[in-house]
Design a protein around this ligand. Structure first.
Ligand code: TYD
Length: 396
């Protein structure tokens, strides 16, 4: 049974940056109530009332994975590893974004699926690209004449698709008998450990654990045989799944991970109730920091117009009374306004300078990269505010 444990209030779509603050644009802004539940049958943690994907994955989709050095490097590394390990004849990627993963493969071997047309357009000339949502109809169309895939890769996508049944059914149709499905998504254990409630937003319909994935795939003639913790997106998990009767053996690492998830009781509702109490406290403490610094006349901005910070700002009601602006390196976010709270977004060249006393780490998952980049300003006295794992001011 599904039981709600967290209510993050009225939220906009995390990536729907406003082009201007005209009445018309503001009136059209879409909001929904973000509640999160736990299912004690299959251990799935999910957004209770998912938004229709057609509203989310449009041709205005802002996120481009290639723009981040950390992500470019991570995808190159995993592509190399998977090529060596599985020697795939056909590689299918579900949610190929701007091609950051597939570009590491021979173009004759690659099939890309990406519903956001602006992103699919980037890869369509070099790679066989389907500008569509992933489902059984598409899987049947693709593999009608082509050999089935020996490797299906999907990063930060499966957790975005409300209909898991359709997703895994389509995967089962597309995977060769010796094939391996590799998916990676933010991990639930990291969210619980870091109190990173901002991993919940409209696109993150699910926050997976190895416990949940191993249960779910069983219904689709599939089997989880390996998992590994990875650093991306503030703590993610990579899952390796094969056909039920395939030769892959359950690895020691998977056994270890399942054991550690049971140890922190990811299979118990009480864990999530306790988490929601910590989230409420996190909100109170963060607002306290913002208000205290504002009273002292400090200039506070936010660093990185992330989807995650959409959740934080709307849940904690952080607006232009508390923050001057948000800086972001992404060109198509600059000049726009954050969803819900309508804080202006400008380029770091314009906004990240000595006038800034404090910068909220909206992109806390890139802390290492950011602190390295902003070494000089930090030396001169600029400090950062983070809410992970609890609200505090940091300078290293
Ligand atoms: P991302 O990690 O994808 O987080 P989310 O999924 O929550 O949106 O986004 C990181 C954002 O931070 C992206 O818009 C780029 C921005 N960013 C900067 O502005 N400066 C930086 O130095 C880094 C590393 C990221």
């Amino acid at each position: 049974m599904k039981k709600i444990f967290l209510n993050l209030g009225r939220q906009p779509l995390a990536n729907s940056y406003l082009p201007n603050l005209s009445k018309k644009v503001i009136n059209q802004e879409f909001f929904y109530n973000l509640k999160v539940s736990f299912n004690d049958k299959n251990y799935l943690v999910s957004v209770s009332n998912p938004v229709n994907p057609k509203l989310q994955y449009t041709s205005n989709y802002a996120h481009r994975a290639s723009e981040s050095f950390t992500m470019r490097t991570a995808f190159k590394k995993i592509a190399r590893k998977l090529k060596k390990q599985f020697n795939p004849r056909i590689v299918l990627e579900i949610g190929s974004n701007d091609g950051v993963f597939i570009k590491n493969f021979d173009k004759k071997k690659v099939i890309a699926v990406e519903p956001c047309k602006n992103l699919a357009n980037i890869t369509k000339n070099r790679f066989q690209t389907y500008p569509s949502f992933w489902d059984t109809k598409l899987a049947k169309k693709i593999f009608k004449e082509t050999k089935k895939a020996d490797l299906i890769f999907s990063a930060n996508t499966i957790s975005h698709i409300p209909n898991l049944k359709e997703t895994f059914r389509a995967i089962n149709l597309s995977l060769s008998d010796r094939g391996v499905l590799v998916i990676e998504d933010p991990s639930l254990s990291s969210v619980i450990k870091n109190n990173s409630y901002d991993q919940f937003y409209d696109e993150h319909v699910y926050l997976f654990s190895a416990l949940a994935i191993s249960k779910i795939v069983e219904d689709f003639n599939l089997r989880l045989f390996h998992a590994e913790n990875i650093e991306t997106h503030g703590g993610s998990m990579r899952y390796y799944i094969c056909k039920k009767n395939s030769f892959y053996k359950k690895t020691k690492n998977l056994i270890k991970i399942i054991k550690s998830e049971k140890k922190i009781k990811l299979h118990k509702f009480t864990t999530y109730k306790k988490f929601s109490i910590r989230v409420k406290k996190s909100k109170k403490d963060l607002i306290k920091i913002f208000k205290f610094l504002n009273k002292k006349g400090k200039k506070i901005i936010s660093y990185g117009a992330t989807y995650k910070s959409t959740t934080v700002f709307n849940y904690c009601n952080v607006n232009t009374k508390l923050l001057h602006y948000v800086t972001d390196t992404t060109l198509n976010k600059q000049g726009k306004y954050t969803p819900g709270m309508h804080i202006p977004i400008i380029s770091p060249n314009k906004g990240m300078n000595e006038s800034v006393d404090y910068a909220f780490l909206g992109a806390w998952n890139f802390k290492k990269e950011i602190f390295n980049k902003e070494k000089k300003l930090i030396k001169k006295g600029t400090k950062f505010i983070t809410h992970v794992p609890w609200p505090k001011i940091i300078s290293k």
